[in-house]
Design a protein around this ligand. Structure first.
Ligand code: GLU
Length: 423
């Protein structure tokens, strides 16, 4: 009972946070209230409860969501998350953030997100495949290369995308590679997609470092989360001469002020299932990790980790949000007051969806690019977006998040003005 109540309070949080971010910027730029009204709702919300045969032959009913926030700038786009903590309000918020993210980097998509409440750590490959295929079949009525295109997110990966692509293709009767991105390379995935969230994040960190006169070589970095975004971001920072002094995963964090090799930490995690216990480091909690003194802090796990409770204790120069929604609006104001440059999620982690867009273009045209071409195009898009946001920040004397929201919301609202309201 207590858990349910707690969960429901949390339900309100992510979505309320997303709507309050929108409303605050809407007021600042005097946005047409009709547009605010449209954007503060999700256009299409699908909840599915579906049965899956488990290995012990029992049948378990899972709950999943696919939510499309907006598609005025193009088909909706966004990842699919598998976690026990998934709830509808979270998926709605993540869908809205995808709308802004695609608009900030100027790729022709709207925003969507999906999620299934499950614990992948307790499931066999067979169970995971059957759950994914059944979920894909349930949401097949609203996804498609011209409609809504899922991709990997927390605890999903290229294999999960391959199952979705196959299931959707079986329903259609022909192969439809463009229905998902983040596919394995063999099935039409893009080179560089797996690393893209981290790569894009590093490009924005380089841009930010240049602006504040920080040399990455010899600087110190802390990374929260050791999944696709966090582990690769740590590696890329290390390759640029950054000293990685702290990292963590869901089981806890590790710290060594002298720094360590994040690749070796990855090997340790592969062997033991966690970064904790990596030789030569001290175990710390995830909250202690966020408060370590460093030059660059990369939250790369879940939302709501930097709050009004700990924001005052954050001792860094740059926060690069590889995760979606790691900083609450109240914490944002504290960090701004402290003079910390926050590269907001909708900019910092937009590299993932940008290379997803490249993958979709390659899938649709059946013409594939080499990794250098992918990364050059990614760098151009990230640098341009960073500079656009930075200019708005100067002009409005606001923080980078507000500036990114101004850019995104103006682009979306411009699309409404041009298209008009049907009928
Ligand atoms: N899940 C990633 C995100 O939150 C990628 C989405 C995509 O590639 O569509 O941005």
């Amino acid at each position: 009972m207590v858990t349910v109540e707690k969960k429901e309070t949390k339900h309100l949080d992510a979505w309320e946070m997303a709507v309050s971010q929108l409303e605050e910027v809407a007021e600042l730029i005097d946005l047409d209230p009709n547009i605010v009204e449209i954007l503060s709702k999700c256009k299409r919300e699908l909840t599915v409860n579906f049965p899956v045969r488990m290995d012990d032959q029992s049948v378990k009913v899972f709950t999943g969501f696919r939510i499309q926030h907006n598609d005025v700038r193009g088909p909706s786009k966004g990842g699919l998350r598998y976690a026990p903590s998934v709830y509808k309000g979270e998926v709605m918020a993540l869908a809205m953030w995808m709308t802004w993210k695609c608009a900030v980097v100027g790729i022709p998509y709207g925003g969507a997100k999906g999620g299934v409440i499950c614990n992948t750590k307790e499931m066999s490959m067979g169970e995971l495949e059957r759950m994914t295929r059944r979920f894909a079949s349930e949401i097949s009525i609203i996804i498609g290369p011209e409609k809504d295109i899922p991709a990997p997110d927390v605890y999903t990966n290229p294999q999960v995308m391959a199952w979705i692509m196959d299931t959707y293709s079986m329903i259609k009767g022909y192969s439809v590679p463009g229905v998902v991105t983040g596919k394995p390379i063999t099935l039409g995935g893009s080179l560089g997609r797996n690393e893209a969230t981290a790569t894009g994040c590093i490009y924005t960190i380089e841009d930010a470092a240049r602006k504040i006169g920080l040399n990455l070589k010899g600087s110190t970095a802390v990374v929260q989360g050791y999944g696709n975004a966090g582990a690769i971001a740590a590696r890329l920072l290390f390759e640029r001469g950054c000293k990685i002094i702290g990292v963590s995963d869901s089981r806890g964090g590790i710290f060594n002020p002298e720094g360590f090799d994040p690749n070796k930490v990855m090997d340790h995690k592969k062997e033991t299932g966690t970064v904790v216990g990596y030789p030569g480091t001290r175990k710390i909690t995830n909250s202690e990790l966020l408060e370590l003194e460093c030059d660059i802090l990369v939250p790369a796990a879940l939302e709501g980790v930097i709050t009004e409770e700990n924001a005052d204790n954050i001792k860094t120069k740059i926060v690069a949000e590889a995760a979606n929604g790691p900083t609450t609006p109240k914490a944002d104001k504290i960090l701004f007051r402290k003079g910390i440059m926050v590269i907001p999620d909708i900019l910092a982690n937009a590299g993932g969806v940008t290379v997803s867009y490249f993958e979709w273009v390659q899938s649709e045209t059946a013409l594939f690019w080499d990794e250098k071409e992918v990364n050059t195009k990614l760098r151009n898009i990230m640098d341009r977006a960073f500079n656009n946001v930075f200019e708005i920040r100067e002009e409005h004397k606001c923080n980078m998040r507000t500036a990114a929201y101004i850019l995104a919301i103006e682009r979306v609202s411009e699309a409404y003005k041009l298209r008009g309201i049907f009928p």
